[in-house]
Design a protein around this ligand. Structure first.
Ligand code: ARG
Length: 573
């Protein structure tokens, strides 16, 4: 609704001042606090730009506004606010349209793009830790939102399955005779640490590990078999975590660093032909424009190391080229922690200079902050090691189990299902509801609070609607008229009508927290409505059915919204 109103206000500005502005610039916002439905601040901005009086501009604008089919005659208040109140007719038609629309008012994008999105991307032979939680959960939610918006989304899991650490890992595996045991490695972290310890303490082992790297890069059969073994065991571990989290990444989405090996030699050749690299200290480096180091000298990006090996940056250049040239991606998105910002900025600069990334493409590092412990420092176990993701998720389900424990009329299996949906939902939502660019602190009581901006608050509101609908008996017709009478009923409907705008803003900025904020506002508006307006015992039959339809719509918004975040919305908890 606000989108259409914004369009009309923009047109009025054009007519009144001969100034073309976008609907965005019309600044139409919901404004229940001002006692109206929507308000536009555009007159104040235009006053600053034109030097005219804001109230004059607002008056002109109102005179030119062609929106009698949507709003009552607008008023101007304060320094030049334009106040808009929807007509009962408009409210009823908008509600009917929302009720009949499976997409709840969100139009599919006009120009769908093919988007390659890199997320999760953990490292082989190391268990996923909480740091990988953010990439996985954010990447999954962003993918779901982009897909719902109408884009073609191709995820790829850029697992770290190549590089010098594999020398020591393979050598240790061979020494332990673990290469031919059928049982998978149980504790990947411990295995990694043992190999590391030997590498640091035993010069002979370290020398063998270095030779192993050369064998691996040279395609030595036995070495490759051992390497495969490590990769497969790790992949199985990742899949367990994804299954527990309900993440839609599959083995087919894995394109690890090793996948791009065959492309690296040609990459360097092309960069040399394009004169984008120089030899510096024996290494082949790119010096993308605009990047300097601490001394103010051009910052090097190593493409090929002195010994002939390729590094992280080379792989990322080849990765981007692969997704653009072989897979026809329009957009490249990377959901990776903020410390890698400089790396991606440099990669994008080289890709642009090489002409691989053109003006028609869009590449973006979707950066995020860290997960902190309750003490505000990087989250650690009591022993001081990094927290394993699996342990954290099991603990979440355990905490949530206490919520389900006392529910009556549930079987044990149903209780376990509820605990899982609530526990995993809590962890994911805690991550998604914070602005991803900032750090956030992990706190069980806060993320499982029944009355905060939490998943369980939304899940619970949704369950209340389901219980209401069950008690109401007969199913609702999709054409049930909604005609709000009580102010809280009106407020709830206006919030529901805001869903498309909130969703659109969240996809545009790759900002799931904006969707969370809106869903929380929706659940809160429902609670306020439910406390003030009797539904099943409403005065008249038409009020009863109108309120039931409004409740059903609330549940649809919450269920769709949660599913776009990758969170379950059970009918009972
Ligand atoms: N494996 C890396 C890490 O754990 C993240 C990889 C991100 N993706 C990329 N294309 N560089 O830090």
């Amino acid at each position: 609704m606000s989108v259409e109103l914004a369009r009309r206000v923009a047109a009025a500005v054009h007519a009144a001042l001969d100034l073309p502005i976008s609907p965005e610039q019309a600044q139409v916002r919901p404004s229940r606090a001002a006692g109206v439905d929507y308000q536009s601040n555009v007159a104040m901005s235009l006053a600053r730009a034109t030097g005219r009086d804001a109230r004059d501009i607002a008056a002109d604008l109102v005179a030119r506004l062609d929106a009698a089919d949507l709003v009552e005659p607008p008023t101007v208040t304060g320094p030049g606010f334009v106040n808009l109140v929807l007509t009962p007719g408009c409210l009823a038609t908008s509600a009917a349209a929302l009720l009949a629309d499976p997409r709840l008012g969100v139009p599919p994008v006009e120009h769908p793009r093919r988007i390659a999105i890199d997320y999760s991307s953990p490292n082989v032979a190391k268990e996923m830790h909480v740091g990988h939680l953010r990439s996985t959960v954010l990447g999954d939610a962003i993918s779901r939102m982009l897909r719902f918006a109408g884009h073609e989304v191709v995820p790829h899991n850029h697992i770290g399955d190549w590089g010098t650490p594999f020398g020591m890992l393979i050598e240790h595996l061979a020494d332990e005779g673990l290469g031919d045991t059928p049982a998978p490695l149980q504790d990947l972290n411990a295995f990694y640490q043992e190999a590391r310890k030997r590498f640091d303490a035993e010069p002979d082992f370290a020398a063998r590990a270095r030779r192993r790297v050369v064998l691996l890069q040279g395609g030595h059969q036995e070495t490759l078999t051992l390497w495969r073994r490590l990769v497969d065991d790790s992949a199985r571990h990742f899949e367990q975590v994804y299954a527990l989290l309900g993440i839609a990444l599959t083995p087919a989405d894995v394109h690890g660093e090793s996948f791009y090996n065959p492309f690296l030699a040609d990459l360097v050749k092309q960069l040399s032909t394009k004169r984008l690299v120089t030899v510096s200290g024996g290494a082949i480096c790119a010096f993308p424009e605009g990047f300097t180091n601490r001394d103010g000298d051009p910052q090097a990006m190593v493409v090929r190391k002195r010994g002939g090996g390729y590094g992280y940056a080379a792989t990322d250049l080849a990765t981007a080229r692969y997704w653009i040239e072989e897979r026809g991606a329009d957009d490249l998105l990377y959901v990776v922690g903020a410390p890698q910002s400089q790396h991606f900025a440099m990669v994008f600069a080289v890709l642009r200079a090489a002409g691989w990334l053109t003006a028609g493409h869009h590449a973006e590092h979707i950066a995020f902050g860290s997960v902190l412990g309750e003490d505000g420092r990087t989250i650690r176990t009591r022993a001081g090691t990094s927290v394993k993701l699996v342990d954290l998720l099991v603990e979440a389900i355990d905490h949530a189990g206490r919520i389900a424990e006392h529910r009556e009329g549930l079987t044990d299996a149903q209780r376990a299902e509820v605990a899982r949906a609530v526990g995993i939902g809590a962890v994911k939502y805690a991550d998604l509801s914070h602005d991803r660019r900032k750090d956030y602190a992990f706190a069980w009581d806060r993320m499982l609070a029944m009355d905060g901006n939490t998943a369980v608050y939304l899940q619970y509101a949704n369950c209340r609607v389901h219980s209401l609908l069950r008690r109401a008996g007969s199913p609702l017709a999709a054409s049930t008229p909604i005609h709000p009478t009580h102010p809280r009923e009106r407020a709830l409907l206006l919030t529901l009508l805001q869903f498309p705008a909130a969703f659109t803003a969240a996809v545009r900025d790759h900002a799931p927290h904006r969707l969370c904020t809106h869903l929380h506002a929706t659940a809160a508006a429902f609670s306020a409505f439910y406390a003030a307006c009797p539904v099943l015992s409403a005065d008249t039959r038409s009020t009863r059915s109108s309120r039931l339809a409004l409740s059903a719509l609330t549940s649809r918004v919450l269920t769709l919204g949660l599913s776009l975040l990758g969170i379950e919305a059970p009918e009972r908890i």
